[in-house]
Design a protein around this ligand. Sequence first.
Ligand SMILES: Cc1cc2nc3c(=O)[nH]c(=O)nc-3n(C[C@H](O)[C@H](O)[C@H](O)COP(=O)(O)OP(=O)(O)OC[C@H]3O[C@@H](n4cnc5c(N)ncnc54)[C@H](O)[C@@H]3O)c2cc1C
Length: 376
Amino acid sequence: MTDSSLTPDIRKCLTRIADVSLDEDTTFAGLTTLHLGGRPLLAVRCGTTEAVAEVVQLLDAAAIPLLIVGGGSNLVVADGDLGLVAVILENDALELDTGSGLVRVGAGAVWDDVVAATVAAGLGGIECLSGIPGSAGATPVQNVGAYGAEISEVLTRVLLLERATGEVSWVDADSLELAYRRSNLKFTGRGVVLELEMQLNPDGQSAPLRFGELSRSLGATAAGERRPVAQVREAVLALRRGKGMVLEESDHDTWSAGSFFTNPVVEVAVADAVQAAVRAERGGEDADRMPRFPAGEGQVKLSAAWLIDRTGFHRGYPAEGAPVRLSTKHTLALTNRGSAVTADLVALAREVRDGVRDRFGVTLVPEPVWIGVSID
Ligand SMILES: Cc1cc2nc3c(=O)[nH]c(=O)nc-3n(C[C@H](O)[C@H](O)[C@H](O)COP(=O)(O)OP(=O)(O)OC[C@H]3O[C@@H](n4cnc5c(N)ncnc54)[C@H](O)[C@@H]3O)c2cc1C
C-alpha cells in the first residue's frame, strides 16, 4: 500500500461526508497512550455514527486498509510510515434513562466520561470499570474488565458495522463471544462497533463487590456486599492511581498500554511445576503465596505480573535512563519514558516474554493489538 491508493477522488469523497475532517499531520505517537508509532496515510476524524459508517464503507469498498482508533490505549504501532488510514471515532452522544437504567452511547465517547455520567446519575454496574482509558466502543473488543467486573455483565447489544457486507445492525452481546480479554471482534477486523447499549441498575448501588483489594478498601467483609456507586468509583480510582493505571500526562508510568500481558491460563500440571520451581528457589512461603485461580476443567489462571516479578524483572526494569522500562509502580506495564520508539518497546517485550518462558515454561501473550510489528 502506498500513498497513491488514496486517490484525489477518494479524498474528495471523504471530505463530502458530513461531520468528517481529514487530518494530515497526526502520527500514531500522537494517537496512542504509549506515545509510539509512525504516520498513517491519513487520519479521518468522524463526529457522528453515520460518519463512521460511511467512511468505513467507502474505504472498504475501495480496498484501502484502515485501522479503527478510539483512545489508542490498547495499540502497539510500528515506527515509520504505515500503509493504512486511521479512522478516529469521535461520535460521543450519550443517552441515559435513569428510570430504567438503560444507557446508549456512541462508540467514540471517552469511556471514563461515560462511567462518570452513569455514576452521577446513580446507575450501578460499571463503577468498577472507572479509570480505564479509551473509548466506549472499544470496551466490547477485549471485554474490558477490572476489579472483579467486566463489560459483558451489562452489555446488551451493539450497533455493528459488519465489514464483510457493509451492513449495519444491532446485534446481541452474546453474538460477540465475550470472554477474558477477548471477543470475536479482537484481532479479526470483523466489524466496527458504532454504538452500544448497556442495562445498568437504577437503585444507586454498585454491582456486588468481588475483588478482595477493593472490598477491603471499602470496609466490606461479606462476599458480594454492595456500596453506593460513587463510593466505589472513588475507591477504584484511588487504587488505580496508586498503580499508574489512570492516564496522567506528566507521569511516564502511565505512558503504557495498560497490562501488557494477559494472565496465562495453563494446565494444572504446569501451574504445579511453576509452584515447585518457586518452592525450590525461593522457599515454601513464597511458593504458597503464588496466585492461582481455577479457570475451568483442569485449567488454572496464573498472574502474569507475579511470574514476571519472580523471573527477576523488577519494577522499573531495566534501569533509570532506559527509553522503555517496566512501570516503577508494578511489573505488568511496559512504559515509554519519553524518548522511546516502538522498536525499543518490542525489544523489552520480547526480553520479558522470553525470560518468563525460559524460567517457568509459560509463554506470556501480549494483550494489546499490534499493527505493522510483531513480538515474534
Ligand atoms: C493506563 C492503562 C490502563 C488500562 N487498564 C485496563 C483495565 O483495567 N482493563 C482493561 O480491560 N483494559 C485496560 N487497558 C487497556 C485499554 O484501555 C482498553 O483495552 C480500552 O478498551 C481500549 O480502548 P481504546 O479506545 O483506547 O482502543 P484502541 O487502542 O484505540 O483500539 C484497540 C483495538 O480495538 C479496535 N477498536 C477500537 N474501537 C473500536 C470500535 N468501536 N469497533 C471495533 N474495533 C474497535 C482497534 O481497531 C484496535 O484493534 C488499560 C490501558 C492503559 C493505557
